[in-house]
Design a protein. Structure first.
Length: 334
């Protein structure tokens, strides 16, 4: 049987209340009692039942975080930012990756609801508004991450992807590129649509062509496959610039072009991505990108969800960061 708090009290020769104070309010207990209880815990291998403690206290010490692509280093950095902030508040992050799968998204939402987390951060894949309303009714605050809340019912922390898409294409056009392609998908991801919308505005303003090369996912493998499809065309139909919806796609495109060798980057074709993950600067041809302040997004979202958990009547707020153009060798002008 597991060691109980009563077993610890018996071994230490103190009351159960003293053991509880050592675990939760050691500053109120004598140094001798703290030492005796600590030795008893170590000797018996006692592990406190945190779930029961939270139930008695009525306040959870965990926040759930659901992301749509755990392979993307951008989301890893966002989660790291949330973890850095959570540590300051004695909060632990429970993490779930949906991998752009609605069933997995539901599974994690069910799990975190059952765990009665203090709050939920989510970079959603599907439409989760109804589910988040249900969580709110149960006292679980929720904040959208990397997604603007269109109806304003929930707080959100995001980057203006429309502006970022426009910035990327304006940069390509300023470098002398005129046959542009946007590479990205699936288009039921809001960020993909927003980045394409911004790209189209820039292309229309400059009266240049912008084709769309759709992908099934936002991965390196899909970028490689998209590059192969482009290279399979007659040379006269090749674009002279590619804007990828994220850096993983851009790195896949770059890999495809470098291995093939017929199109040089940036002499024949320019490539720019989105997110500015750490691998972008370390690519064979350092990759230009639209930077998102990933860790700041995570820290801000964590602060907001804790504030809303403490005050359920607080008004939802929309925090939108502005993207930043980072220029590297992959888009140098001709």
């Amino acid at each position: 049987m597991p060691v109980s708090i009563r077993d610890v009290a018996l071994r230490a020769g103190v009351s159960v209340g003293t053991v509880s104070n050592v675990l939760n309010r050691p500053e109120e207990v004598s140094a001798d009692s703290v030492d005796r209880v600590s030795r008893a815990i170590e000797e018996l291998g006692y592990v406190r039942n945190d779930a029961a403690r939270k139930l008695r206290a009525g306040v959870s010490t965990t926040v759930g975080f659901v992301v749509l692509d755990g392979q993307n280093p951008f989301y890893n950095d966002v989660v790291r930012g949330a973890e850095d902030e959570a540590t300051k508040h004695g909060i632990a992050i429970l993490y779930g990756n949906t991998d752009e799968d609605l069933a997995r998204e539901k599974l994690y939402l069910d799990l975190f609801e059952e765990q009665q987390v203090r709050g939920l951060l989510i970079a959603p894949y599907g439409d989760v508004n109804a589910r988040l309303q249900r969580l709110r009714a149960r006292g679980i605050a929720a904040v959208l991450v990397d997604r603007f809340s269109g109806d304003g019912r929930f707080s959100s922390v995001s980057v203006d992807s429309v502006v970022g898409g426009r910035m990327a294409v304006e940069h390509l056009i300023a470098g002398g590129r005129r046959r542009l392609a946007f590479v990205g998908g699936p288009f039921d991801i809001r960020q993909v649509n927003d980045r394409l919308a911004g790209a189209r505005v820039a292309a229309e303003n400059a009266d240049v062509d912008l084709e769309v090369v759709a992908t099934a996912a936002m991965t390196v493998e899909e970028g490689v496959a998209a590059g192969a499809r482009i290279l399979a065309r007659p040379r006269r139909d090749w674009p002279d610039a590619l804007f990828a919806a994220n850096d993983l796609l851009a790195l896949g495109l770059l890999q495809s072009l470098v291995v093939d060798g017929r199109m040089l980057v940036p002499q024949d074709i320019a490539i720019i991505g989105f997110d500015d993950i750490s691998f972008a600067a370390a690519a064979a041809v350092p990759l230009s990108s639209i930077r998102q302040p990933s860790r700041m997004i995570g820290r801000t979202a964590l602060r907001i969800v804790l504030e809303e958990a403490a005050d359920p009547e607080s008004i939802a707020r929309q925090t939108v960061f502005q993207p930043e153009l980072v220029v590297r060798a992959s888009t140098l002008p001709r």
